[in-house]
Design a protein around this ligand. Structure first.
Ligand code: AMP
Ligand code: GLY
Length: 445
């Protein structure tokens, strides 16, 4: 069977590794960088700008692809699923219209409001600074300022962190509108949430959802959760598939929010098929939606896919064929810790084109899984790009064991790189539990 994977990051390397656990798979891949892990696993690969959806669909047709799995949001937002399905290729991912759940924060917030979904927050959209000023003069709570379109998580500014006061909110909003940051002259103000963030990914066939273990990512560049926001520096998940600060009933509430969102999209005639990623803030008042993504998380795909015990290719077909409910999907009851190795300067200005030396043999011996990310392979050597370089994942019966394995493996990568050693460590997890407990106490008193 011929399978196409689109995307050249560690998330896609994790997808490819999961697909190749099935028998008789011939892999084709389309990516913008030459990811050494994906290239090695592919019969053929196409180096291409991933938003060139027609070019990729034509190439897929010529190679008689039976199933396509799309990693990143950019080609989904450009309609790659529509282009592939038009050629009769079954595809895992939402249509262009359904990918609006990620691509347009305005679509997502309006959908939740219209259907009165739980887990939503106060928000307003503005294309006009005078109206925004009036709103800010009235509004009592702190806000978060976001461009309406995509900015890779880097366009979001928070009152009390990046913005000192209402004046700063107005000034930054003005910049977004005047410079069309995120692609539109529109800004969204949201109520600022306090709590612990977590990631909930589900498989979805348009109607039914099947949950994956929940994960906590670390967006800040530096240890102790400080510094600029990044695509994510690393993540962990626990053997019970919950998180140390998340109670079972909050988990169930989160799953209900996701199901109701899927029901709402279906009732709007815009059914969602693929992987849905919900970014939650667990607040003392319960879980609230920060954003939805129309794909696996990166790094979170590296936490969940290695634990998948069921046949991933079969799950993919069930998603495409709207028959997910028939599928019993199981994950191993183990903990995972993923640490990303990034170029020095990542988050501010990455050192690009630096050689990294990766001792694959020693990493394997340490028991960790290695996923190549946005590096380029040239003449057998590996070089950094401006994005993250590689993900190392430790898997064990408990977090401590998983963290130890990931740390051991990190020693076998050399170069001008950075990483966050604190991710998954006991002290760091305890800090998160304490933070959540303090917020719960404050709310109850
Ligand atoms: P986003 O691009 O929407 O995921 O936002 C990037 C980051 O900004 C999130 O991971 C949160 O840490 C933070 N953030 C976004 N929205 C809110 C909110 N309403 N309240 C508090 N923090 C937020
Ligand atoms: N881990 C953040 C993301 O995938 O969007």
């Amino acid at each position: 069977m011929n399978i196409l994977s689109v995307g050249g990051g560690a998330r896609e390397h994790a997808i490819v590794k999961a697909l190749l656990k099935s028998d008789n798979i011939v892999l084709y891949s389309a990516m913008k960088n030459r990811n050494p892990g994906i290239a090695k696993a592919s019969k053929e690969f196409l180096l291409v700008n991933e938003i060139e959806t027609d070019k990729i669909a034509d190439w897929a047709e010529r190679n008689k692809i039976d199933l396509a799995v799309i990693g990143p949001e950019a080609p989904l937002g450009e309609g790659i699923v529509d282009a592939l399905e038009k050629k009769g290729i079954r595809t895992v991912g939402p249509t262009k219209r359904a990918s609006q759940i990620e691509i347009s924060k305005q679509y997502m917030r309006a959908l939740m409001k219209k259907h009165d979904l739980p887990g939503r927050v106060d928000y307003e959209v503005f294309d006009n600074i005078a109206r925004l000023k009036d709103f800010m003069n009235e509004y009592q709570k702190e806000v978060v300022v976001k461009p309406v379109g995509l900015t890779g998580g880097k366009g979001v500014k928070i009152m009390g962190e990046h913005l000192n006061d209402k004046k700063d909110v107005i000034e930054y909003s003005k910049q977004i509108i005047e410079n069309k940051i995120g692609g539109a002259a529109k800004v969204i103000l949201e109520e600022k949430l306090l709590g612990e963030e977590f990631t909930f990914q589900v498989f979805c066939d348009g109607k039914n959802i099947v949950p994956m273990p929940v994960v906590q990512d670390h967006k800040r560049a530096y240890e102790g959760d400080v510094g600029p926001n990044t695509g994510g520096m690393g993540s962990y998940s626990c053997a019970d598939h919950l998180l140390p600060f998340l109670e079972k009933k909050e988990y169930e509430g989160s799953l209900r929010i996701i199901q109701k969102t899927i029901d709402a999209m279906r009732s709007e005639g815009n059914p969602y098929k693929g992987i849905l990623y919900a970014q939650f803030m667990l607040t003392p008042q319960g879980p609230k939606i920060i954003e939805f993504n129309c794909r696996f998380g990166d790094p979170e795909a590296m936490n969940v896919l290695p634990l998948l015990k069921s046949d991933f290719v079969e799950i993919c077909f069930n998603i495409a064929d709207e028959s997910l409910s028939q599928n019993k999907i199981e994950f191993d009851g183990k903990a995972t810790v993923c640490k990303y190795i990034v170029p020095k300067g990542y988050g501010v200005k990455s050192l690009v084109g630096e050689e990294i030396v990766v001792n694959e043999e020693r990493i394997k011996k340490s028991g960790a899984e290695l996923f190549y990310a946005s590096v380029n392979e040239k003449d057998g050597r590996i070089y950094t790009t401006s994005s993250r370089s590689l993900g190392i994942v430790g898997i064990a019966d408990d977090l401590e064991g998983a963290e130890r394995i990931s740390e051991e493996a990190l020693k076998h990568v050399k170069g001008n790189v950075s990483m966050r050693h604190d991710i998954g460590k006991k002290e760091s997890i305890e800090k998160k539990v304490k933070h959540m407990n303090e917020l719960r106490m404050k709310f109850r008193s």
